[in-house]
Design a protein. Structure first.
Length: 406
């Protein structure tokens, strides 16, 4: 004050001050470790503790919303909100009330740094991020949003993580960070950030550049396609065939484990997939048509690669593809028609032959019957009667009609 440093301790419930915040009314709030919070205004101290409705006497962070409400990160108790008159608890169902840090993003979503991860509250529901979601470490000591709207999270033992467009990327000592324990973050106007750790500070100036992607290999059921760095022409495949694509990013400013890849197929959806560390992708087209398989890489500075687009022409399986199915089914139909035609003609000829055979047998039988009757007509109706003689007659008819039959 007036060019001099003045120290104050009288009036404070504790000499251990964990955080300092000046609200819109220029009231200075002082958080403490075990003694609640103090409001300094008009040269007077106003102390508040759990007895006044504060969720916990351990206050590690303070911030104010655009509506003027003041939020307190109460370690072990959750979050308390001051409306100018009283304290209220923000959550009853927060999964972890061991809170270190708070921050608002551009959409006024509340970000919460906990021992078990990072929570985001949109006014209706809570979303939790943990190490399994890409966070460097679950124990989050500090949160800071930069001028690009990206949220930075300093951790205890894992370095610092940054969240943007659904992706967490991290920096640690391997990337040059002074310590893996980061408890303070400052964002500068030039886009650089300063990280405060247990060993000192790190100055981080993210580089901005666009790097290319290359195709290593495209594997289809019919064989491997090696394309020299770029996609040339169309890659043809059939529906339900699995296609495997292997990509590499030409980025020498980042470690391989810090590179992420995402993909989309605009003909199916304009949304990008969730970023992944793997540079291999699988495409299993269910419908025929022309597709563009788009791939993009992201590094730890949130630099995006050039968009790589791989054109695919997917056709139906051969028996459903008009170019092959029409000739095939046409020839098959002709063969079936010829088979049916031949079979019908054979049946007709067979029936005609049978009819002719039966007619011939009937004719022969009729001729034999006429011959038999003719033979019988030549014989006397009764044998002659001679006294003293016994006459016996025998007749053997022919089974065939011949020239000398009669």
């Amino acid at each position: 004050k007036n060019g001099r440093i003045q120290s104050f301790s009288s009036g404070l419930p504790s000499k251990i001050v964990t955080t300092i915040f000046s609200d819109k009314d220029e009231i200075i709030w002082l958080g403490s470790d075990g003694s609640g919070v103090t409001a300094f205004k008009n040269d007077d101290y106003y102390n508040y503790s759990m007895a006044d409705g504060l969720a916990s006497n351990n206050v590690y962070d303070i911030l104010q919303s655009t509506e003027g409400l003041i939020y307190f990160a109460c370690y072990g108790g959750g979050i308390s909100v001051w409306d100018g008159k009283s304290f209220t608890d923000l959550f009853d169902d927060l999964p972890d009330k061991r809170i270190f840090s708070l921050a608002f993003d551009h959409n006024q979503n509340l970000w919460i740094g906990m021992e078990s991860g990072v929570a985001v509250y949109d006014g209706k529901s809570i979303k939790i991020f943990t190490k399994s979601d890409g966070l460097a470490h679950n124990e989050t000591r500090v949160l800071k949003m930069d001028d690009k709207g990206r949220m930075w999270a300093g951790s205890f033992g894992g370095g610092v993580s940054c969240y943007d467009n659904g992706l967490w990327v991290s920096l640690n000592e391997k990337d040059g960070l002074i310590s893996n324990t980061i408890e303070s973050i400052a964002s500068l106007e030039n886009g650089a950030l300063i990280f405060g750790g247990k060993e000192g500070i790190s100055y981080y100036d993210p580089t901005g550049y666009e790097f290319p992607l290359i195709i290593n290999n495209i594997q289809t059921p019919s064989g491997d396609l090696s394309i020299n760095g770029t996609a040339t022409g169309e890659i043809q495949s059939i529906t339900n065939d699995r296609i495997f694509i292997d990509i590499s990013s030409v980025n020498y400013n980042d470690r391989i484990e810090n590179r992420y890849f995402r993909f989309r197929i605009p003909e199916i959806s304009s949304d990008w997939s969730a970023p992944q560390n793997l540079s291999s992708f699988e495409f299993n087209p269910q419908s025929s048509g022309n597709y563009s398989y788009e791939v993009q890489s992201i590094d730890s500075d949130f630099n995006y690669s050039k968009l790589l687009s791989i054109p695919f022409k997917v056709v139906p399986v051969w028996y459903l593809n008009p170019k092959t199915a029409v000739p095939f089914w046409g020839i098959l139909l002709i063969l079936i028609s010829l088979t049916v035609f031949t079979s019908v003609n054979y049946q007709k000829k067979n029936l005609e032959s049978k009819r002719l055979r039966e007619a011939e047998v009937a004719r022969q039988h009729e001729e034999l019957e006429m011959a038999r009757e003719f033979q019988l007509s030549l014989l006397p109706e009764k044998l002659p009667d001679f006294k003293g003689f016994s006459i016996t007659g025998y007749q053997k008819t022919s089974t065939e009609v011949g020239g000398d039959y009669y």
